[in-house]
Design a protein around this ligand. Structure first.
Ligand SMILES: Nc1ncnc2c1ncn2[C@@H]1O[C@H](COP(=O)(O)OP(=O)(O)OP(=O)(O)O)[C@@H](O)[C@H]1O
Ligand SMILES: [Mg+2]
Length: 367
């Protein structure tokens, strides 16, 4: 499920993944070495505020400079490839399985475009649209046999075009645009453990949290909410009357662990935001069960990723409050990434912010 704008033939080095956020750029290039996939080069660079705001490009020239700098300083080698697979911000892409009556194949595109207006906050003429017919022998909605289920993704044309312009100015060739959630899913769900039951990926980023519902073999729907790592830090900064930088450090050190007096206070400050997150997760699961006609007892696995998944004790907190299994994502499975992430599971967690970039760069190694 992609917005294939160009789909040029790749040259012999696979295209690299480019993941934009409002405050950071992440890049990753992989290569295949026999059966193994290895990281050729990668980088994460914090970028000044104001270049991108809620996924919208506000300063194209500033962003171009940051992209070049990120590629130039990638480690261990600068990334020189031009073919790029890039993410579109989750808040500007909408993905959902839509149920329709059986359709004549000639009228399908037009009907989906028309129907998409009902489900997504965009007009038909403003949207890039991609869709895929699902195998409807088992209709996932209400178990009715007379419907067609279509996985539909839409993105705003203006947004896609503004990213195309930046690619052009950066002298890069955008081969594929993908919603972040599609790339994240590719990175995480290569595991057989996810072929049964429903999976909810919670991507805790700096600017927002994304929910990605997946049931083998398809992504079902996505949602993005404004609870974010930055808001966590701001709450700590305000509570202790300290700078953002100091608060960020304190948040890293204490998280939700409550193992000191200061830790207890950090916990108190973060609790309302955590409660907001939990209430959104619960509402989202209810909506999923309702829409897809699944039982509320459906076995849900929650997988957390993104930099915010490093918040100390977040897994035990969520698992206890939601009464569901919560695990850390492991995007590195068969990937030789020791040089980047070091050894051990703690080190693996610290690199969860690379999940989307990894999923993007896996695109042309796994398709
Ligand atoms: N050890 C840690 N404890 C708590 N939070 C952490 C830790 N490490 C990173 N973070 C938080 O992770 C966030 C960054 O995560 P990530 O890089 O996934 O976000 P992003 O991709 O830039 O943003 P978004 O996906 O929202 O656009 C920051 O808010 C940062 O404070
Ligand atoms: Mg992100």
């Amino acid at each position: 499920m992609v917005f294939d704008i160009i789909r040029e033939s790749f040259n012999n080095l696979p295209a690299f993944g480019l993941d934009f956020s409002d405050r950071s750029i992440k890049v990753m290039q992989l290569y295949r070495d026999g059966k193994r996939i290895k990281i050729l080069s990668s980088n994460r660079r914090k970028i000044p505020s104001g270049l991108l705001v809620d996924g919208e490009i506000k300063d194209a020239d500033g962003l171009v400079k940051e992209i070049h700098e990120t590629l130039k300083t990638a480690s261990p080698f600068p990334i020189k490839n031009k073919e790029t697979i890039l993410s579109l911000p989750e808040s500007k892409c909408f993905i959902k399985v839509i149920k329709m009556p059986k359709l004549n194949i000639d009228e399908i595109e037009e009907t989906i475009r028309f129907k998409a207006e009902e489900y997504f906050p965009l007009n038909a003429e403003e949207m890039y649209l991609d869709w895929r017919l699902l195998d409807t022998t088992e209709c996932p909605i209400n178990n009715k046999g007379d419907c067609t289920d279509i996985l539909v993704a839409v993105a705003s044309k203006n947004i896609v075009e503004s990213y195309l312009e930046v690619m052009d100015k950066s002298d890069l060739i955008p081969v594929v645009f993908e919603a972040e959630s599609v790339a994240t899913t590719r990175a995480l769900l290569r595991d057989e453990a996810y072929t049964t039951g429903s999976v909810l990926i919670v991507d805790l980023g700096n600017d927002r949290t994304s929910f990605i519902f997946y049931k083998y073999p398809t992504l079902k729907f996505t949602q993005s909410i404004p609870v974010s790592g930055e808001k966590f830090t701001l709450a700590v900064a305000k509570g202790f009357k300290i700078s953002f930088q100091k608060a960020e450090k304190m948040k890293y050190e204490m998280g939700l662990s409550r193992d000191s007096e200061a830790g207890e206070k950090v916990y108190e400050l973060l609790l309302p935001l955590m409660e907001d997150l939990v209430s959104n997760i619960s509402k989202s699961i209810d909506y999923y069960n309702d829409y897809f006609g699944t039982s509320s007892k459906e076995d849900f696995k929650i997988v957390i990723c993104g930099g915010g998944a490093n918040l100390r004790s977040i897994d035990t907190f969520l698992s206890k409050v939601l009464d569901k299994s919560v695990e850390f994502a492991n995007p590195w499975r068969e990937i030789n990434a020791t040089r980047l992430i070091g050894q051990g599971s703690a080190a693996r967690c610290r690199t969860l912010f690379y999940t989307t970039a990894l999923g993007l760069s896996l695109y042309n190694l796994s398709n």
